[in-house]
Design a protein around this ligand. Structure first.
Ligand code: 5CA
Length: 448
């Protein structure tokens, strides 16, 4: 992409309403623009990251055996009357009436709708287990939308629903999502910690929140710090095999959110030097709730004995749009974002220090084409303007590598390559620059 064609409306001033770094940077770097309280337009740069995050989430759901579909954002109220949640959900639900006075709502989650879809198509235990997911916009009329996309009113969520014949089988589905989540967040460079959590309006009695530690996080959490560096299962993991050992390993050490915290237990189970009380961001939340929806909504299957019984269900959410904020909180400095390669809007930025200079223009155009040819996502700053302005802009948007092309370097046939994560610079010849970058990009994108 040529910057002259792109739409990158940067803010000069630090927006005063933004209280945390990720919100400030997303506004300053022209990633989002607010359209109402907790409602944002995704500008091109932010949208590129959102799509990369979404794709990683999708790949790991597919790997775990879940099947993608798409449900609408607007739902009929009657569906929610069946489960009894229409009145219980309260003011967080955005209620709408259509022109025929039918009551509708903008979906805050999809347990009811997926249960309706499942019961219409599945009759026998032989069709189980099933895991279905979609990635769709949700609306929750939060009392206090804040921190930009972290707590929005409209936000993008991946939600998966599992259907099993009994509790033991449902736990196998739960474990699949547990492992898929560890892998999903690790691929974005995040160290997520599964913590025992409250189930709130979703219900059920088994639930984990996936938390990334961050000072600006909204949740107070308590955990054994040895969980932070625990090894995440690799891509050879057999999702049809027994994942209970992984679940046991991660849950053997103490980790709980505020609502589930028990200090006596904490002090008994965690040596004092490993005790951590910190703040964190909830990027995912998984629930097992048995027959809470299948029973009232009559989603049953015939067992081997011919008798009907309600299916056992779980639901599993990832905050796709919230992840942008969480990743920036984890990777930034005073100058801007430092995107991990896997979610970076572009892998590399090419900076032309002297647009209009024949040698610079030619070298940049050649690099730009060759990098794209090599499968690298490139943003080419082909605009006029001062060098300082270009460097600051590139640091702000935080692409993993910058290739700086200027008349002085070109005289000796060189360009400078800067790595954004640690500022390391290296002079390389124009001829080897493409290989240098392509190799590092493909190494960083390898899925383990
Ligand atoms: N039905 C269940 C699982 S699919 C559910 O809705 N779970 S949830 O309420 O915990 O939401 C799932 C994830 O969505 C959360 O872990 C969080 O990462 C994200 N999320 C929830 N509310 C918001 C919000 N207001 N803004 C941004 N992300 C949110």
């Amino acid at each position: 992409m040529r910057l002259s064609r792109f739409y990158l409306p940067l803010l000069k001033e630090t927006p005063s309403e933004a209280q945390i770094a990720s919100h400030r940077l997303m506004l300053r770097a022209g990633m989002i623009r607010q359209q109402g309280a907790g409602i944002y337009a995704w500008l091109p740069l932010g949208f590129l990251v959102l799509k990369k995050i979404e794709q990683i989430v999708r790949e790991e759901q597919d790997r775990a055996g879940a099947v993608e579909m798409l449900m609408p954002t607007i739902q009929p109220a009657d569906l929610w009357r069946e489960s009894g949640r229409y009145d219980a959900y309260g003011k967080e639900m955005l209620r709408i009436t259509d022109r025929s006075d039918r009551e509708m709502l903008f979906g805050p989650t999809n347990e009811e709708m997926i249960t309706e879809i499942f019961r219409a198509g599945v009759r026998s235990y032989k069709d189980l287990p099933k895991m279905l997911y979609h990635i769709q916009w949700k609306f929750r009329d939060e009392i206090r939308p804040r921190f930009g996309v972290m707590r929005g009113r409209e936000f993008l969520m991946k939600d998966t629903y599992s259907f099993d014949i009994d509790e033991a089988e449902a736990r196998r589905s739960y474990n699949k999502m547990f492992v898929a989540y560890l892998r999903t967040f690790a691929r974005m460079g995040l160290k997520s910690i599964p913590m025992r959590a409250d189930t709130g309006p979703i219900g059920g009695d088994l639930s984990h929140e996936f938390i990334v530690l961050a000072e600006t996080g909204e949740s107070a959490v308590f955990c054994d710090e040895r969980l932070i560096d625990m090894e995440v299962p690799d891509k050879e993991t057999d999702f049809d095999g027994d994942l209970q050992p992984v679940f046991d390993q991660f849950t053997s050490l103490y980790a709980a959110t505020d609502e589930m915290h028990n200090n006596e237990d904490f002090e008994k189970r965690v040596p004092s030097e490993n005790r951590m009380s910190a703040r964190g961001i909830e990027i995912g939340h998984i629930f097992y709730f048995g027959t809470k929806y299948s029973l009232p909504m009559k989603a049953s299957v015939a067992g081997a004995d011919g008798k009907d019984s309600p299916v056992h269900m779980g639901s599993y959410g990832v905050g796709v749009s919230r992840l942008l904020g969480a990743i920036i909180e984890a990777f930034h400095d005073d100058d801007g974002c430092k995107w991990p390669m896997s979610v970076a809007p572009f892998h590399v930025g090419v900076i032309n220090l002297k647009s209009g200079d024949d040698a610079c223009d030619k070298a940049c155009a050649t690099l730009y084409d060759a990098l794209r040819e090599a499968g690298v996502d490139v943003l080419y700053d082909d605009t006029g303007g001062r060098a300082g302005e270009k460097f600051a802009r590139m640091d702000l948007i935080g692409l993993p590598y910058q290739v700086v092309v200027g008349p002085r370097g070109l005289k000796s046939g060189n360009v400078e390559i800067k790595r954004r994560s640690d500022g390391e610079r290296e002079e390389v010849s124009v001829d080897s620059a493409v290989h240098f970058i392509a190799e590092r990009v493909s190494d960083a994108l390898k899925v383990e």
